[in-house]
Design a protein around this ligand. Structure first.
Ligand code: FAD
Ligand code: DHB
Length: 406
């Protein structure tokens, strides 16, 4: 059977937030792209993941014309609660950052909006492709063969020739592993815990997110809509979800989140309800350096993973593609490659700061079974210092709402 050859300017592997937003931003600059995705459209639009959008991500989505539903349905938050030692303490991020905030709007809603925007503009997203491989992306000169993506769709073989390939295929994709050995240095830290996350049919009883450190481990109260809450609790990385019937999940969440259990004046408790989704996510920090090889650019989770405690993964993906889109627009309009050549360096400066923040939030708020009692007391002292110091709270707040792009 023959191979059908197609051409585009930018071939994008992966229809997650990075790939779809990149394709959308390129379209606004009149740059053509094709996105290919192994999963179906329904799967991508239903995949429950992140929920916290930094101020900069919200601004980018609104300014680029895909923020209409986000502005209508997103839940804007001015701060977070930190719960420890039986009491909740509010950190007012808007006040500490001169007016910035975060918005809770589910990642799959961002995906739904981006897919709609691309398809309404006759953009090409190929869902359900198979056997994706990338080739000839190492050379940087026009005389080198064009970067090529080969894939199969409905049994037919295709070859997409392009000027650049964007590897937006997440942590288990094909792009990063296709880079020759020795080019990329990786940094990794694996944590001895995971998050068990649920969606529940229960109205949020706190108007702001609650991050809790309890003797029994971390718990997080978040939300999706006025009727749906999103909650997480720390568990073991090798935990089997089958060992967590709904009653056990609620019991553990209520113990860790309700300050009432520790007999203090603050009697807040999350509402319970039917659990409509649950899953376990292991936690690690990972960075690949550089994020570029020849005409292949990595963006989002394909280049870096953060533990979710800082709520940074989706936001880093958006920041990467904002810079990549700017570099590609510059290249196509003037031939200049300054921004493209600086892509990895620019992104990584911010990525490492987000790594530091996510690591800090994670180690401050999780209970490590192998740590000493000294470490636990030190964690509590750190939290106690934090809520008593405007300087420390400001540092948390400015990282949480998102550091500036440059
Ligand atoms: P992905 O979303 O992983 O997208 C990659 C896409 O590529 C996928 O659609 C995949 O199917 C596709 N793909 C893979 N391999 C191939 C291939 N060979 N060919 C074609 N397509 C391929 N981040 C936040 O900012 N805030 C949060 O609050 C937050 N909370 C989280 C909570 C949980 C439980 C989890 C799991 C993650 C959370 N994150 C959060 C992280 C966030 O979800 C990710 O960082 C984000 O999805 C990264 O986007 P991406 O486009 O780089 O990768
Ligand atoms: C959510 C996810 C996070 O990782 C986080 O830190 C806060 C909230 C959420 O899914 O709502």
């Amino acid at each position: 059977m023959g191979t059908t050859t197609v051409r585009t300017q930018v071939g994008i592997v992966g229809a997650g937030p990075a790939g779809l937003l990149l394709s959308h931003l390129l379209h606004l600059q009149r740059i053509e792209s094709v996105v290919m995705e192994t999963r179906s459209r329904a799967y991508c639009e239903g995949r429950v993941r992140a929920g916290v959008l930094e101020q900069g991500t919200v601004d980018l989505l609104i300014q680029s014309g895909v923020g209409e539903r986000l502005q209508r349905e997103g839940l804007k938050h001015d701060g977070i609660w930190l719960s420890f030692g039986g009491t909740r303490h509010f950190i007012n991020m808007t006040e500490l950052t001169g007016g910035k905030s975060i918005t809770v709007y589910a990642q799959h809603e961002v995906i739904t909006d981006l897919i709609k925007a691309r398809l309404d503009a006759a953009g090409q997203i190929l869902f359900g492709v198979q056997d994706v491989t990338i080739h000839d992306f190492g050379g940087d000169k026009s005389e080198n063969p064009a970067p090529t993506i080969r894939f199969r769709q409905d049994g037919e073989l295709f070859e997409l020739r392009c000027d650049f390939i964007a590897g937006c295929d997440g942590s288990h994709g094909v792009c990063r592993p296709s880079i020759p050995d020795g080019v990329i240095k990786t940094y990794e830290k694996v944590y001895p815990f995971a998050w068990l996350g649920i969606l529940a049919e229960a109205p949020p009883t706190s108007d702001e997110l609650v991050y809790a450190l309890h003797e029994r481990g971390f718990a997080l109260f978040s939300m999706r809509t006025p009727k749906i809450t999103r909650l997480y609790l720390q568990c073991c990385p090798d935990e089997n979800i089958a060992n967590w019937p709904d009653e056990r999940i609620w019991k553990e969440l209520l113990l860790r989140l309700s300050s009432r259990n520790e007999g203090t004046h603050d009697a807040w408790v999350p509402a319970t309800g039917a659990i409509i989704q649950k899953g376990i996510t292991p936690m690690r920090s990972f960075v690949a350096e550089p994020m570029q090889f020849g005409r292949l650019f990595l963006a989002g989770d394909s280049a870096h993973i953060v533990p979710p405690t800082g709520a940074k993964g989706l936001n880093l993906a958006a920041a990467d593609v904002q810079i990549l889109a700017k570099g590609l627009a510059e290249f196509y309009s003037s031939g200049a490659k300054n921004t493209l050549n600086d892509y990895s360096r620019t992104c990584l400066r911010r990525v490492w700061k987000a790594q530091r923040f996510s690591w800090w939030m994670t180690t401050m708020l999780h209970r490590d079974e192998d740590a000493s009692e000294f470490d636990h007391r030190r964690q509590l002292a750190e939290l106690d210092y934090l809520i008593g110091s405007r300087a420390a709270m400001t540092s948390l707040a400015e990282n949480y709402v998102g550091l500036p792009m440059d």
